[in-house]
Design a protein around this ligand. Structure first.
Ligand SMILES: *Cc1c(COP(=O)(O)O)cnc(C)c1O
Length: 426
């Protein structure tokens, strides 16, 4: 580390000598993990570059059309490149998909019909999907349209319950649903090889069952994506991994051509599908972000590992551990009490480039059964590929730490969190 760096860390950022020394030790501990991440990143970078070259991406794809948006070559190019990188037949990548939940909902509503059953094999899906499915009563849910829901929980070991899946698959089961990332629950995330096992297992029981993956936070963590190991359809958000911090909004859906067609009839109307719809000048940012994504994801991963090792060393329980195989960019740290949770989030907020002077406090957010605290300070509102942390204010006092467009910045987030927690004891 340069003397200039030490100086600015001390004089401006308030990181004391002990924490600096500690940080160096942490870096040493995690150097092997970093090497692995760099190897995956390199492959994914060349995979994306190859797709852009093979699709003959050109300057004129960054223009945009008006009105109906027929023959929007920029929009078509974005979707062609996504399909190629994700190794699938077709995709929908649009700014009019407002978030990840919307992308996932379009898949469910586009494919499922009255009388069909949806089977989640990774316990309860992400919070926002509960209302969509009808686990929580909501107007317009799948339940209201006669689609039933069933679920297989993880075993107490944290593994997938294959026997349970076999029991639950029946004549009505149209779709098997997998959530790749842990989201906001204390559980393992799934590796690509885990996902491949589920695909083989369920198709062996019922050949025509459709396997869908909630791919949020998973893109570019490994060298393959779910659609490259037999998954029929997957979806995610552009303000997470694949947007590379540059996409300003949007979501994507990727998979089998026949399913993309069905989904496109939900996106617009039956018969029109994905032939219409403007991109509003977003294709440049979306593609530049996609180009940057393998690198940005590697930075977020390195930041998560730094956070994991740091808090492990300080005596806290963390998930995943610093040397566990990573399946998403989320790091969970189990803190001791409310004060530590608040200090952690205020620390990461104080490291932000935007709104660093703001002090986040717990508040009663609709849809949550306890107060939550959220630290952000992002260039793109709500972006969670940028550094952020959040936590419900209740035992077991888990805080979720994710993102960071550069490792150095993410590291600062952890160092600040440590300093803020240290101050509590003084
Ligand atoms: C972020 C996320 C979603 C979608 O969330 P949005 O806020 O609607 O983009 C869905 N599933 C998982 C696992 C997620 O992490």
């Amino acid at each position: 580390m340069l003397n200039e760096t030490k100086e600015i860390l001390k004089s401006y950022y308030g990181i004391d000598d002990n924490t600096l020394k500690f940080s160096d030790e942490v870096l040493e501990d995690i150097s092997d993990q970093f090497e692995n991440i760099k190897r995956v990143r390199e492959y994914n970078q060349y995979k994306v570059l190859k797709a852009m070259q093979e699709c003959r991406l050109s300057d004129n794809h960054f223009n945009w059309t008006t009105g109906y948006g027929y023959n929007d070559i920029g929009r078509e190019k974005v979707e062609e490149i996504y399909s190629k990188v994700f190794g699938c037949e077709d995709s929908i990548v649009r700014p009019i998909i407002v978030n990840g939940t919307h992308a996932l909902t379009l898949c469910l509503q586009g494919i499922l019909r009255p009388g069909d059953e949806l089977l989640s094999v990774t316990s309860k899906p992400y919070d926002t999907l509960e209302g969509v499915i009808g686990i929580r009563e909501e107007k317009g849910s799948l339940k209201e349209f006669g689609v039933t829901y069933s679920q297989v929980d993880f075993l107490s070991s944290g593994d997938i319950d294959f026997d349970g899946i076999k029991e639950k698959i029946n004549d009505k089961t149209k779709m098997v649903f997998i959530q790749r990332s842990k989201g906001y629950s204390w559980r393992k995330s799934l590796t690509i090889s885990d996902i491949e096992k589920v695909v083989k297992f369920v198709k062996n029981i019922k050949e025509d069952v459709i396997v869908m993956v909630d791919n949020c936070y998973g893109e570019f963590i490994e060298t393959k994506e779910p659609t490259e190991v037999g998954v029929d359809i997957m979806a995610g958000s552009l303000i997470k991994n694949p947007g590379g911090g540059l996409a300003l909004t949007g979501g994507y859906i990727a998979g089998r051509k026949d399913l993309i067609e069905l989904i496109s009839y939900r996106l617009t109307t039956p018969g029109i599908g994905k032939e219409c719809g403007l991109t509003f000048g977003t294709t440049r940012n979306v593609l530049q972000g996609f180009f940057m994504a393998p690198y940005i994801v590697s930075q977020a991963l390195m930041g998560a590992i730094f956070c994991a090792r740091s808090f492990e060393k300080l005596g806290y329980e963390v998930l995943p551990k610093f040397d566990d195989k990573r399946c998403d960019i989320i790091q969970i740290v189990k803190l001791n009490n409310e004060e530590e949770v608040i200090a952690f989030c205020q620390g990461t907020q104080s490291a932000a480039p935007v709104d660093s002077y703001v002090k986040p406090v717990p508040w009663a957010m609709p849809g949550y059964d306890s107060e939550v605290i959220m630290a952000a300070g992002a260039f793109v509102q709500g972006s969670s590929i940028e550094l952020s942390s959040d936590a419900p204010i209740k035992p077991p006092y888990n805080v979720y730490f994710q993102g960071g467009l550069t490792f150095d910045h993410s590291k600062m987030g952890t160092l600040k969190a440590i300093e803020y927690i240290k101050k509590l004891g003084q």
